[in-house]
Design a protein around this ligand. Structure first.
Ligand SMILES: *Cc1c(COP(=O)(O)O)cnc(C)c1O
Length: 469
């Protein structure tokens, strides 16, 4: 299976590359994102046969289609088993019924209590495998709106062929999120509090990747959700959840708390691979670039407003470029031009045919802070479940739009454990979420991080100094 850039044919040549190379590269040299040359597919019988299988086996089957012959099946099987052994729930991603037609898909049973672990635990092992084979040592630069950083540190700390630097927006993430990163003691980990927003952090990261000299000098790699392996790992739970509720005979709807659009795009991928899905509702907080794209047909950056669901405080949703490419007949020239223009003007109009193709599967809704708090309260009162603010955004959006068909169960992705956002959950419900194993000890451990201005040159100098001295 080869991977092509969403900007193929636009700017510097980015030839097709294999799976492991695409994983290690992150962003393509032309600034585009990698996608498979063609979508692998499962038959309805193959999908039905996922029913009742352990999660790691479904993961190995799905990942195997993306890796092709680059990773032997037994090696990939072991990676998936080990990755999901780190989860505290035997089902890895269990479903919980909330209402007659509404289910929560709990994605937060990994080591850092957020759904980012689902992909990152696998990514750490994929990197290890690829780097050992190539005899390479690389530098991972990650920008986090809160949860990616901890999950990445947890997946890569102590790995001998990786140095990792995580950029986070100073003061804009929760204390538990920060501590998951800053309490790591391994020498290959550095955390940087950037004096700016997540979009500043992501902008610095993108610019660093486009600096050829810097990228080569430190052998730079990205584990943000632009990394295709994360998307591949995340589409697995769309399969397991849908099949548990009767797919492929039923066609469930998914509701996805959305920031960078990686998780929602993984749903598109599962659908492209043959999984029946009746709708993917992207739920945003007031940082609503994705919701507006679907409702108004214009993808345009707004000003980032801090909310109680900080992992979604994003006004540039990098993975949206992948959906645009798919819905623009996979035209790399058009996609490249559109997103280069977006980078300079901050907006782009989605052509009518592409917008119609998007709306075939996607809808969007933006949820206020008041409605987010209200969803935490009503869910607790009506079901006894304490949900985190990101999940609450999705629950509120699901209520507002209702089920797309009376026969389609709605599956709400629950992306973080409530204990990761104690302050917000407590403020809304008056209840302090009980701390699951591990999380409580974090408060006692010393933190280690540096502060830098939101300046690309300063960050590059810091990374260069750490990686190559
Ligand atoms: C990252 C994150 C999201 C948003 O996921 P995207 O793939 O960026 O859209 C939602 N909720 C939580 C808790 C997250 O950590």
């Amino acid at each position: 299976m080869n991977y092509i850039s969403t900007r193929s044919g636009c700017g510097p040549d980015s030839p097709p590359i294999g799976f492991l190379d695409a994983v290690l590269a992150g962003l393509a040299p032309d600034g585009g994102l990698y996608v498979p040359q063609t979508w692998p597919a499962f038959t309805p019988e193959e999908i039905a046969a996922f029913g009742g299988k352990p999660y790691h086996q479904v993961a190995a089957a799905v990942l195997g289609r993306f890796a092709g012959d680059e990773i032997p099946a037994d090696v990939l099987g072991d990676m998936c088993r080990e990755a999901y052994d780190s989860f505290s729930h035997a089902a890895t991603a269990p479903l919980k019924q909330l209402y007659p037609d509404t289910y929560l898909l709990e994605l937060f049973h990994g080591p850092t209590l957020a759904f980012k672990d689902v992909a990152m635990q696998l990514l750490g092992r994929l990197y290890d495998y690829a780097l050992k084979r190539q005899g390479r040592k690389i530098t991972i630069l990650a920008a986090t709106s809160g949860d990616t950083g901890g999950a990445a540190v947890e997946a890569f700390r102590g790995r001998s062929n990786v140095n990792i630097v995580v950029l986070f927006p100073d003061g804009r993430i929760s204390e538990v999120q920060r501590r998951f990163m800053t309490t790591a003691t391994e020498a290959n980990v550095r955390c940087v509090a950037v004096q700016g927003t997540f979009d500043d952090c992501q902008g610095i990261l993108k610019a660093a990747f486009q600096d050829d000299q810097f990228r080569t000098a430190v052998d730079l790699s990205a584990v943000n959700s632009i990394n295709f392996a994360r998307i591949a790992a995340q589409c697995v739970y769309y399969f397991t959840a849908a099949v548990a509720l009767g797919a492929p005979a039923t066609s469930p709807a998914f509701v996805v708390p959305t920031g960078n659009f990686g998780d929602a795009f993984a749903g598109y991928v599962a659908h492209a691979m043959g999984l029946p899905i009746s709708r993917i509702l992207t739920a945003t907080n007031s940082n609503d670039i994705v919701a507006r794209a679907f409702t108004e047909g214009r993808y345009s950056r707004g000003v980032v407003a801090p909310t109680q669901s900080p992992a979604m405080d994003i006004q540039v949703a990098s993975n949206f470029e992948r959906l645009y490419f798919e819905c623009a007949r996979r035209d790399g020239l058009e996609t490249g031009r559109a997103f280069q223009a977006f980078a300079s003007t901050g907006g782009l109009d989605i052509p009518p045919a592409a917008l119609a193709a998007m709306r075939d599967l996607f809808a969007g809704a933006s949820v206020s802070e008041t409605d987010t708090s209200a969803a935490m309260v009503s869910t607790l009162n009506e079901t006894g479940e304490l949900i985190d603010p990101h999940t609450a955004v999705a629950v509120a959006a699901a209520r507002r739009l209702g089920s797309p068909s009376p026969y389609a169960p709605q599956i709400v992705l629950s992306t973080a454990h409530p204990a990761k956002f104690t302050e917000a959950v407590h403020a809304a419900t008056g209840v302090i979420p009980p701390s699951p194993r591990g999380a409580g000890e974090l408060a006692a451990r010393p933190e280690r991080f540096d502060r830098l201005p939101a300046d690309g040159e300063a960050v590059k100098a810091y990374v260069r100094d750490f990686a190559i001295g």
